[in-house]
Design a protein around this ligand. Structure first.
Ligand code: LLP
Length: 444
């Protein structure tokens, strides 16, 4: 089994006090000490998935693992993953600045995105970002101009749309033909001609594609690789350019609920490496450097969110609702994608799961339901609910809806917990508000 196939962080267990613990830290103590909602990250699980990826790809000599920061981006995680040998896929000035401030080697950073701004490109060049994955003609033009202004030649990949549909939520498919991302295969020649003939400040290194996210099928990676390698060989024949890098994107799924059966990192790696070796032979090209960009599978399983249970409501002849002190602003995935989660009560992990309940959020929307139906023990106000698999796309998509402060995040390992993101304060909430003088003067 690989780490992404586990429903819970690897270090979770019931301790002598009869509470759940992760990384040797009692979750009820964490809730008391740091308050709730609280994101908790298990270092052991993160290091374990990193090892899985490294072991799984060890048979391919040239692999660049780029963690997709959009899944969760903060300085402590960047530092930890850089130490594990990962580079970073970033998509904004904010993500670039975060990894830079964490002391990451910027040559191991790859800048993705379909509408990078002038300022973001400028910052990326100034800070020495190693690769740009260029998404469209507009970007080619401005990137060349900005690189020229810096008297630099920047290394680029071309992002292409391979025309592959994967069976995941429509919003997180990206490789299908009418996707907003990347060059259509019919546009690649025009882009390559522009780079070779006119855009002297761009150096084309290879091709990039990303099919989608929360992927459970392994065969589509083989289809993607065949398309990328065939294209590299065609460009060599037609233009005599040797591209020696391919980026197959991210996407490996995780297990949110028992019925989810994601493939392991080892299955994915085997499919990718076999497909690469076959295509290399078929199209007679040298083995390229392989980039992979996993996000969710690196960080999802390591993360849980702790909530305190508050009010409840029994709908006559209907559902029993229990409300927690967080919801759609700290985890947008259920309301956005209909995502499912599983949970346990941290202070009652061994009690009978006697009741089927609905876990509601505290935000002012009927759609703010975290878990539609789950069997839990008899619940009381003050119980601590631990929702599993919230490491990816929870904090990174969090908002201040209803002007609620974003939660804190702690990293746990060896019975120690450390704050890695502070809880926002009420002063943080109003920190960017301004009142025009005119309104102040009219104060009655
Ligand atoms: N590379 C590119 C170019 C991407 O667009 C993405 C994700 C990744 C890598 C990482 O994919 P992963 O390994 O995490 O599946 N907010 C959605 C997921 C959006 C994914 C967007 N792109 C969710 O919560 O499910």
């Amino acid at each position: 089994m690989s780490t992404n196939q586990s429903l819970k962080p690897l270090s979770v267990k019931v301790n002598e006090q009869g509470n759940l613990e992760i990384g040797g830290c009692d979750l009820v103590d964490l809730a008391n000490n740091y308050n709730t909602p609280l994101y908790v990250l298990d270092e052991l699980t993160i290091r374990s998935i990193c090892k899985d990826y490294k072991d799984a790809f060890e048979n391919y000599p040239k692999v660049n693992m780029m963690y997709a920061s959009k899944a969760l981006c903060c300085m402590a995680l960047a530092k930890l993953l850089a130490g594990e040998g990962f580079g970073f896929d970033v998509v904004s000035a904010g993500e670039i600045y975060t990894v830079y401030k964490a002391g990451v080697d910027m040559s191991k950073v790859l800048f993705n995105g379909n509408n990078k701004s002038f300022e973001e490109i400028n910052l990326a060049i100034e800070l020495g970002v190693g690769r740009f994955s260029v998404d469209n003609f507009f970007e080619l033009t401005i990137l060349n101009e900005i690189a020229a202004a810096h008297h630099k030649q920047v290394d680029i990949l071309l992002r292409i749309t391979p025309g592959i549909e994967c069976h995941t939520h429509e919003y997180i498919q990206t490789g299908h033909l009418d996707s907003k991302f990347g060059f259509d295969l019919t546009q690649v020649d025009e882009a390559v001609e522009l780079i070779v003939e006119q855009y002297k400040n761009l150096k084309l290194r290879g091709l990039h594609a990303h099919i989608g996210s929360q992927i459970f099928e392994t065969n589509i990676y083989a289809d993607e690789i065949e398309i990328l390698i065939k294209e590299i060989s065609r460009l060599d024949e037609k233009y005599g350019i040797k591209l020696d890098e391919i980026n197959v994107g991210g996407g490996l799924g995780v297990k949110y609920v028992e019925s989810d059966l994601p493939p392991s990192t080892f299955d994915i790696a085997e499919k990718i490496i076999n497909a690469l070796n076959q295509s290399i032979q078929k199209y007679k090209i040298d083995p390229p450097i392989l980039y992979i960009e996993p996000g969710r599978s690196i960080i999802s399983t390591a993360g849980v969110t702790l909530y305190t249970l508050g009010s409840s409501k029994q709908v006559p002849r209907g559902k029993k609702y229990f409300a927690v002190d967080g919801g759609m602003a700290d985890n947008a995935r259920p309301s956005m994608y209909g995502a499912e989660y599983c949970a346990q009560v941290a202070n009652k992990p061994n009690n009978d799961l006697a009741h089927t309940v609905t876990i509601a959020g505290r935000f002012c929307e009927s759609g703010d339901i975290l878990i539609k139906s789950i069997n839990l023990p008899e619940l009381e106000e003050g119980d601590i609910l631990c929702v599993y698999n919230t490491g990816a796309y929870n904090y990174s998509m969090a908002s201040n809806y209803n002007r609620v402060q974003k939660p804190a995040m702690v990293l746990v390992a060896d019975s120690e917990s450390e704050l890695i993101i502070k809880r926002e304060s009420l002063d943080d909430i109003v920190a960017h508000d301004l009142i025009p003088d005119r309104l102040m003067k009219n104060d009655k």
